[in-house]
Design a protein around this ligand. Structure first.
Ligand SMILES: Nc1ncnc2c1ncn2[C@@H]1O[C@H](COP(=O)(O)OP(=O)(O)OP(=O)(O)O)[C@@H](O)[C@H]1O
Length: 300
């Protein structure tokens, strides 16, 4: 891994100030580099999904941005301030949904939301939050009696209670059932439609494809690619595979010009029929796997 100096933060990116601007972020644990010069820019109002294998450094990155983990080097601006030194007024502008469960156990769901509302200047109404995360039926249940997925929903409600400008969602739907995930996706869409910037980490590529304006892949301590989900790994996506049945077996031809392959096949087909013919291109998962493998982003 290289040890180049962090470039100074640009003062202008050509548009409004980004919500998150990171240059040359480095973090090691016990002498082992996890982040090795990570650059990241999240635009105001977008939903940005950080992808990467287990141990790639997604949570470490989010924690540095939240101001709860110290960095070794690099420059970081979140809503225009350095999280390492920013104060309470800055903290009130961000929302955090971490991987831990957080909320106390003895209070009911409603009491928990009401309790934290007292510490927030313009909280979203508790009933609105309960509906948004699908916990209306559980409003009177003690937190200790919630299932894992229901606790994640409560954590999400608490994270957005203070109407944050920017919300960090670290693996927000882990443990949620498919209905809850879709409900959560709607919540994220609503937040984004209301102008909130969302930075989330996820292992679910369908979630990233569904929600994110752009995705970034962390591997080998750096952001190896950033693009809209449909454009990630564009050169890899150009490669199609034409498959068909021939002489009792399967043939598969990788090609960047599938139409030409099809034309030849059809010309050679006795009755214009090619049994089992399919043309496929790599999907987001195929592209992601290639990116992290190429970048040496195997789990540490
Ligand atoms: N407090 C710590 N002390 C020592 N090592 C740590 C600490 N926190 C994280 N690590 C290590 O740093 C690496 C990155 O961890 P991190 O949690 O940031 O990864 P991640 O991409 O969020 O992983 P996952 O997808 O599994 O949640 C891992 O190898 C982890 O074991």
């Amino acid at each position: 891994m290289t040890t180049t100096e962090a470039a100074p933060l640009p003062t202008s990116t050509g548009g409004p100030d980004p919500a998150v601007l990171v240059r040359g972020l480095r973090k090691s644990y016990g002498g082992k580099a996890v982040l090795d010069g990570l650059d990241l820019e999240v635009r105001r109002g977008e939903c940005f999904a950080l992808l990467g294998p287990n141990g790639a450094g997604k949570t470490t990155t989010i924690e540095v941005l939240e101001g709860v983990r110290r960095r070794d080097a690099g420059e970081v601006l979140v809503l225009g301030e350095d999280p390492a030194t920013a104060g309470r007024s800055w903290r009130a502008r961000i929302g955090v949904v971490s991987q831990g469960e957080g909320a106390g156990q003895a209070l009911s769901v409603r009491e928990t939301l009401d309790h934290f509302a007292h510490h927030t200047s313009t909280p979203r109404p508790t009933d609105e939050l309960l509906a948004a995360v699908g916990l209306v039926e559980k409003a009177g249940t003690r937190v200790a009696r919630l299932s894992g997925g229901q606790r994640r929903r409560l954590a999400v409600a608490l994270g957005v209670q203070g109407r944050p400008e920017l919300v960090f969602l670290d693996e927000p739907t882990t443990g949620m059932d498919p209905v809850a995930r879709r409900q959560f996706w709607q919540l994220v869409r609503d937040l984004r439609a209301g102008g909130t910037t969302v930075l989330l980490t996820t292992h679910y590529l369908d979630e990233a494809a569904e929600l994110a304006d752009r995705v970034g892949v962390i591997a080998g301590g750096r952001l190896v690619e950033v693009a809209p989900p449909a454009e990630l790994g564009a050169p890899l996506r150009r490669q199609a595979t034409v498959r068909w049945q021939e002489d009792g077996g399967w043939r598969a031809v990788p090609t960047e010009t599938p139409v030409a392959v099809l034309r030849d096949l059809l010309a050679a087909a006795p009755h214009g029929e090619v049994p089992g013919l399919t043309v496929t291109r790599p999907d987001l998962e195929d592209v992601y796997l290639q990116l992290v493998t190429t970048a040496g982003g195997e789990p540490r």
